[in-house]
Every structure is written in C-alpha cells, then in structure tokens.
Design a protein around this ligand. Structure first.
Ligand SMILES: [Zn+2]
Length: 251
C-alpha cells in the first residue's frame, strides 16, 4: 500500500507536493517585480499554505527563491529548507534555522522524506530534486536545462510516479539568445527517460512584461507544445496541464 500522492501547483515552478500528510513546497514564488510576472494566477498566499514539512529550492533566482515572501508571510522558519550551496547561505541569512545543503547525488532525510539533489544546469548553479516518501518518487526540475547526466536518475531511483518539468526553453536576448531552460521538446525527451506515471509541465506562463519580453527574455508560453512533444517522444507517459490551484491526486 503506497502513500497517497497529491500535487497542487501554486504557480510557475512552485508546487505543494503531498505524500500522505507530509507536504513539500518547491521553488517558492509569491510576489512580482517590474520584470517578473507569473503570467497566471498565484493560487495561494504564504499564510494560506498551511503546514509545510520541507522546502526545496533549486537555485537562487528570485522566481524560484522568493524567501522574502515566506519571511514576510509569517512562514515557519524552523521548516527544513534544502538546496544547493548557492541557496542555503541566503536562507540562513534570512532566518531559516534548519538549512541543508545538498549537491547532485547527495541526500537528506526530513522525517519520512528523503530528498536527493540531482543534476541540473541553468544560467546560475542549479540542482533538480528527487523527493521520496511512502513508496512514492517525484522528480522536480525547477527550470533546468536538459543535460545527459539526468539519464542516470531512473537507474538510481527506479519507477517515478510524477515528474514536474519546465518547458519554456527560456532564452536570454542580451546573452546572444543563450538558452537557459529546457524547451518542450527537451522536456518530452526527459519524460521519455524518466518514464513517470504522470508528467506536469511548469515554468511556462511567466513573462518579463511587454518590454522585458522584447528586450530580455524569449520563451515558449504554451504548455500544449509539451503535451504534443510528449505524445510523440514519450507515448507511455500521461501528461496533464494544470492551472494553479488545481489539486491532482495520482492513482
Ligand atoms: Zn525560472
């Protein structure tokens, strides 16, 4: 008998993943700035999240590491926060009292949870995560590129129930359109490697604003491109496009 697995996307790459009553918050982002808009409703305030058992943060960009929002929202700063060495000192400086640094292939246990950092790559240092509890396994790829090192993940972890995958293929215009996030096609390739029971795309609605989209970022904002690519490249993998706030319960 495996633990019930649920996931609710709050917005962007921020999800609440529930392994039974144990809840993990991924890549918190709750606010906006002049050049960062979620591009979709944010489904919860920090105060409305309720109890969270662990926070995982993939890298130190604002749209994944909005720790100020957690602090300002009265989040319990005793909650374990796990991330790479570029994130945990920031969290500690903001008052988080239980920060755990994990780099690729390192694990930490938090109660019934085991969180393992897995390989990632982005404009700054980033890890992805495999989060496990109660016989369930979830892959979380914040806004990483698709890299060959990720092929090792299914060999180490076996069956994956749920993969949360970025899909917007973000390119940075002032950096010669350098790509920093996997695109829909590459996310579908990764889904074919991970073979999760369910894949949910994220990190696509975000915009830099009318000016920012012209001058700073270029991205694919349509998650149906991932669904189409996955149907072609990972035909055994179910895909669900999830609007923020919709609770998904896995079989
Ligand atoms: Zn991002």
């Amino acid at each position: 008998m495996t633990t019930p697995l649920t996931v609710t996307r709050i917005g962007h790459s921020c999800h609440l993943v529930g392994f039974g009553a144990t809840r993990v918050l991924t890549d918190p982002w709750f606010t906006t700035t002049a050049t960062y808009y979620p591009g979709e409703p944010v489904a919860s305030t920090v105060a409305a999240l309720g109890h969270v058992d662990a926070v995982v943060v993939s890298h130190d960009h604002y749209d994944h590491c909005d720790l100020d929002a957690l602090v300002d929202g009265g989040f319990d700063l005793g909650t374990p926060l796990l991330g790479p060495g570029t994130v945990t000192p920031i969290a500690a400086a903001k008052g988080f009292r239980d920060v755990r640094t994990i780099e690729a292939w390192q694990s930490e246990d938090v109660g019934d949870l085991t969180v393992t950092a897995t390989p990632g790559r982005h404009g700054v240092h980033e890890v992805t995560f495999v989060i496990q509890a109660g016989g369930r396994t979830v892959f979380f790829g914040g806004d990483s590129l698709r890299i060959p090192e990720q092929d090792e993940i299914p060999r180490r972890f076996g069956a994956i129930d749920l993969a949360l995958l970025p899909t917007n293929g973000l390119c940075i215009r002032p950096m010669n359109l350098q790509q920093v996030v996997m695109n829909a096609e590459q996310a579908a390739e990764l889904a074919a490697v991970l073979r999760p029971a369910l894949a949910i795309p994220h990190h696509y609605a975000f915009t830099s604003g009318r000016l920012g989209d012209r001058l700073i970022t270029k991205s694919d904002r349509d998650p149906r491109h991932f669904a189409e690519a996955a149907a072609r490249l990972a035909p055994g993998v179910a895909v669900r496009l999830v609007t923020p706030g919709t609770a998904v319960r896995l079989p």
